[in-house]
Design a binder for this molecule. Structure first.
Ligand code: SER
Length: 325
């Protein structure tokens, strides 16, 4: 049992792009010992390892979740473990297993133990080519053409089912592409928008795997962490939606990002060699209407494109100068 009045939080996918920074933010807020970081195979980096408990979990094997949950008395889960869109197209069976069977296991463990709250992210990948691509509404056509998208739509529906059928307080957002300076993303279609900063800083050039005019919704990591924590702290009585909030900060194409980077690194050169990920990107929205999130839990991003680019280049430039990039 959890200590009365103290949340005991578990983060799955804690070594991943979002999980690693989310875990540290939650530890800063709730205390290191109250946030159990978990991962599958990947070794945690020293900051994650030394700031609180770490345990191995394979979300597709329910007993590995149960044993960690029961050992620590977990009552709140941030379920960040997932296979992203590009890897999902190369390994659709694995994407189903991790994203659907893994989610089902987490939901069942939470239901059986009557947990307080659960966070399960969805994505802009829940949309498809028939969805309106500009100012994509909250309620709209969800017919994705990727396995990742299929698992995200099914996941949203499953989470809402657990809320209505079992009273489990599950919450989630449709993340846009997330840009971060700490842990690299892996296997996503929006990954170019992170890689480009590392290559610009280290080599002054980058070859982009999407066409230069491919506009996608994006967000800087501090806003992603803020959104995640704010939604989980929101008053349940104010929420009309639960697992499927549209979420936006800004949208740009590779060529617009390059122009912004060139304001800081004038010699930066970008070439374009679109690959199979272009088709995935072409099936996603350009801009998102996130008014439900703004109305129901006060969502508002802090970073626009210029502020994000300036902060990314400052952080990576610093690490490069110290030989840590
Ligand atoms: N960033 C993710 C991807 O590209 C979208 O949710 O797969």
């Amino acid at each position: 049992m959890s200590k009365i009045g103290t949340k005991i939080i578990l983060v799955t996918g804690a070594c991943g792009q979002i999980g690693s920074e989310l875990t540290l933010a939650l530890r800063a807020q709730y205390g290191g010992d109250n946030v159990v970081a978990t991962g599958h195979r990947t070794e945690p980096d020293p900051e994650l390892r030394d700031s609180g408990p770490f345990a191995f979990i394979d979300v597709s094997r329910r007993e590995t979740i149960e044993s960690v949950v029961d050992r620590y008395g977990v009552d709140t889960i941030y379920h960040m473990a997932a296979i992203l869109s590009a890897t999902g197209e190369q390994k659709p069976q694995l994407a189903w297993d991790v994203n659907i069977n893994g989610l089902y296991n987490v939901l069942e463990v939470a239901r059986e133990r009557q947990m307080v709250r659960l966070f399960c992210p969805s994505s802009i990948a829940a949309f498809g080519p028939e969805t309106p691509r500009d100012n994509t509404p909250q309620e709209t056509i969800l017919r994705p053409k990727t396995m990742y998208g299929v698992t995200k739509v099914a996941g949203e529906l499953l989470c809402d089912y657990y809320f209505h059928r079992f009273g489990l307080d599950v919450r989630g957002v449709r993340y846009p592409g997330i840009i971060s300076s700490e842990t690299l993303p892996g296997g996503g279609t929006t990954d170019y928008a992170v890689e480009i900063f590392y290559e610009a800083t280290k080599h002054g050039r980058y070859t982009c795997f999407l066409r230069e005019d491919t506009v996608l919704p994006m967000m800087y990591m501090p806003d992603c962490i803020k959104a995640t924590i704010d939604l989980m702290d929101a008053d349940l009585a104010q929420l009309k939606h639960h697992s499927d909030f549209n979420l936006a900060a800004f949208s740009f194409s590779p060529v617009e990002l390059v122009a912004e980077i060139q304001k800081h690194i004038p010699d930066f050169v970008c070439e374009y060699e679109p690959d199979f990920r272009q088709e995935i990107a072409d099936s996603w929205p350009r801009t998102i209407d996130d008014s439900a999130a703004r109305e129901e839990w006060g969502w508002e991003p802090d970073y626009d494109l210029p502020a994000m680019v300036a902060d990314m280049l400052e952080k990576l430039g610093q690490r490069h100068a110290e030989g840590r990039l």
